[in-house]
Ligand binder design. Structure first.
Ligand code: GYE
Length: 306
């Protein structure tokens, strides 16, 4: 521990770094892969990981962070379930001199001194990529395109940003109409249930835009149960590119996936070591990502790690 100049452990353990990590939960395939990446890379990096699962609740994350402060871990990292409401607890960490790393999701506080760095994807860009595919797909057609949207967890950065990026691109063409938009909470069950109600209320949905693969996969079940063909009768765009999503894309049930990488572990461990050593780190570390069509999914599937 960097704090324990005087007698931490003896026996050679004096150099080890303790990282407290508060995870959102286990809502999706993305999250499961992300947790695995963090746990495995902590082990590989020789970092003592204190892992806490918040089960989708901000109050649990705040409790976990407070307990990390009490335990005097060296570094705190967390993936904020929602964007707002973090100032108080992050000030407590700052006062205790424990550096914080935002992982995967951003917070909306203008006070950038509350954390050392933020590693994760550009969710607005992901939404834009989804919209750009749609614009190309319907190029030269004037008929209205009715879109249903399954949003992620209310107040979460990826839900807010994926919605905004998509809306920003499609607004250029009035034929695109979002006729229904609701949260499916990033889960398969959520996606299925909400899609069932969408289908009852709107028999004329042309396109589904789901903020993650899991909700898209749930929606596919609802579409099939309603006697329609996903990928054909209703075109589907999702975000993440986890294994089951990629399989559905390769099978023709999804039409396009915007990738969002969950493999943040190695970079996170690297950043944790640097901030613990007092080294400068960039305020923002972006993840590199691509997109997949059905053909590209067939090609990429055999080598996917998650
Ligand atoms: O896309 C979704 C998960 O924050 C990027 O959270 C993450 C999102 C991911 O539940 O599947």
């Amino acid at each position: 521990s960097a704090l324990a100049g005087c007698g931490d452990g003896g026996g050679g353990s004096g150099d080890s770094l303790t990282l407290g990590f508060s995870q959102v939960g286990a809502e999706s395939g993305w999250r499961t892969a992300n947790t695995k990446s963090i746990q495995e890379s902590a082990k590989q990096a020789g970092i003592d990981l204190k892992f806490s699962d918040a089960q989708g609740k901000q109050e649990n994350q705040i409790k976990a962070i407070r307990s990390f402060i009490t335990q005097r871990v060296d570094v705190i990292a967390f993936s904020p379930v929602v964007e707002s409401g973090w100032e108080t607890v992050l000030k407590e960490a700052k006062d205790a001199d424990i550096p914080v790393i935002l992982t995967d999701r951003a917070i909306d506080s203008p006070d950038k001194s509350l954390y050392k760095t933020f590693i994760g994807s550009d969710f607005v860009l992901e939404g834009k990529k989804a919209g750009e595919w749609l614009v190309k797909e319907y190029e030269g057609q004037d008929d209205p395109v009715n879109i249903a949207e399954l949003q992620g967890t209310p107040g979460a950065a990826p839900a807010n940003d994926r919605k905004a990026g998509f809306a920003d691109v499609i607004k250029a063409e009035p034929k695109f109409k979002v006729i229904a938009s609701q949260t499916g909470d990033f889960t398969r069950t959520g996606g299925k249930q909400v899609m069932e109600t969408f289908l009852k209320a709107h028999p004329d949905i042309d396109v589904l835009y789901a903020h993650n693969d899991d909700m898209g996969l749930g929606a596919i079940e609802a579409i099939e149960a309603a006697g329609k063909k996903p990928g054909t009768d209703i075109k589907i765009i999702t975000v993440d590119a986890v294994h089951d999503g990629m399989q559905a894309l390769a099978d023709g049930k999804i039409n396009y996936i915007v990738e969002c990488s969950p493999l943040l572990g190695p970079q996170l461990m690297d950043l944790a070591k640097k901030v613990n050593a007092g080294e400068e780190v960039p305020q923002r570390v972006l993840t590199e990502e691509t997109t997949f069509t059905q053909d590209q999914a067939q090609e990429a599937l055999p080598d996917r790690k998650y």
